[in-house]
Design a protein around this ligand. Structure first.
Ligand code: 9Z3
Length: 375
């Protein structure tokens, strides 16, 4: 199947999110306003996508991401003069609020106190709060930040396509910075149970009886069709042996690789940078290069799960791999330390600074070159 056919099949069989049209209208107005002002616009994607197991979703599979990379990057892009569309997983970290939401046990409440004049910031954090609040207000009042939420992989892909297509009008001045952690597998709608998948025979029988009474076929979830095999055991599995009827077997399809469609069709003149996440240090650079060659885009930023706040590698066409690393608190990196870091060993202390402070200027540099070469 061609990439275009795959795209058509995916989008015609997976329903769009409820607010897609409203979000697209907001994005269009935002992009038009900043294009008229000659400002660059970046689409930052952030957070993990869910894979629902039921249409009326009680259970889902999730992808790892707190949204730190995306939310932090969005702030640095704003500082670098970009207008930012922040397409993020609902309730994941957001620009500016991130400094307070996950930092302590009580979130922002721990930064406040009640005094004579009402609620105010704790004196020890007041200067930091004032600085962040003022940057947040500037972004808001100057309409520089548009936040759009998603939850599922389907929502994400529909929103990504709609916004990327609108970004096409920016030509090379549009930048797509894809930091969201996107599921590789999903349950296609035709195989998805409508209702909560039942974990007991009683629940499954009740569901099947109701479906039969309503003249419907039983749910296609694997857990519900094995009533008659109640005492059958898998012969390939290890102990403790559990009857097959008590298991939930999830059968997932691969999510189509739509980055190719994005690069070729949705925003063909914009600069596209994606992230590659691995846990095995020995394959990170190879996988990043492979991704760059496969999708023919402009930049892959490789990172290891364990060390992602310490070091990333820029992989781009015709250039050497470029490793960016943050400073350590109170000590210098030795060659031995760097070697260990690159093998995925995490230093004991927290990083001395945010790595996005280096990532964003380096991406902007490449974007400058992209604009020069394509305008
Ligand atoms: C990343 O690699 C991000 O940097 C992280 C950020 C998800 C690691 P946090 O939000 O984590 O700071 O906690 N994002 C891309 C992940 C991804 O799914 N990439 C795909 C892949 O690796 C390619 S598009 O195959």
């Amino acid at each position: 199947m061609s990439a275009q056919d795959q795209e058509d099949v995916y989008f015609s069989t997976n329903p769009p999110p409820r607010h897609l049209e409203a979000h697209a209208a907001q994005a269009r107005a935002f992009i038009d306003a900043h294009a008229a002002a000659g400002r660059r616009v970046v689409l930052v994607t952030s957070g993990g996508t869910t894979v629902p197991l039921e249409k009326q979703t009680v259970r889902f599979i999730d992808n790892f991401s707190a949204g730190t990379r995306g939310a932090t990057s969005a702030e640095y892009f704003l500082e670098a003069g970009y207008a930012v569309i922040f397409l993020h997983r609902e309730f994941s970290l957001t620009p500016y609020a991130r400094h307070f939401s996950h930092a302590t046990t009580g979130g922002f409440l721990d930064f406040l106190e009640v005094g004579q004049g009402g609620v105010s910031a704790r004196p020890d954090v007041s200067a930091k709060m004032a600085d962040i609040l003022s940057r947040y207000h500037t972004a808001r009042t100057e309409n520089l930040l548009l936040s759009i939420p998603f939850v599922t992989i389907g929502d994400y892909l529909h929103e990504l396509r709609a916004i990327s297509r609108l970004m096409a009008s920016l030509g090379p001045r549009g930048l797509l910075y894809l930091a969201a952690a996107v599921s590789d597998f999903f349950v296609p709608p035709e195989r998805m149970a409508e209702h909560k998948i039942q974990s007991t025979d009683l629940g499954r029988r009740a569901q099947e009886a109701a479906a039969a009474a309503a003249g419907q076929a039983p749910s296609s979830a694997d857990s519900s069709k094995q009533d008659s095999e109640e005492e059958e055991f898998d012969n390939f599995d290890s102990s403790p042996r559990v009857p097959r009827s008590k298991r939930l077997v999830i059968d997932l399809d691969p999510v189509p690789k739509l980055l190719l469609n994005l690069v070729d069709g949705w925003a063909p003149r914009g600069m596209v940078s994606s992230f590659k996440l691995e846990t095995d240090p020995t394959i990170l650079v190879t996988k990043a290069r492979y991704s760059l060659e496969r999708y023919q885009h402009h930049l892959v930023i490789g990172n290891l799960l364990a060390t992602r706040k310490w070091e990333v590698v820029f992989v781009s066409p015709g250039r050497e791999d470029n490793w960016l690393r943050v400073k350590r608190r109170g000590k210098e990196w030795t060659d031995e330390d760097v070697k260990r870091l690159r093998q995925g060993e995490v230093p004991k202390e927290e990083p001395g600074e945010e790595i996005e402070r280096f990532i964003i200027p380096a991406v902007k540099d490449l974007h400058d070159q992209h604009i020069k070469a394509n305008e």
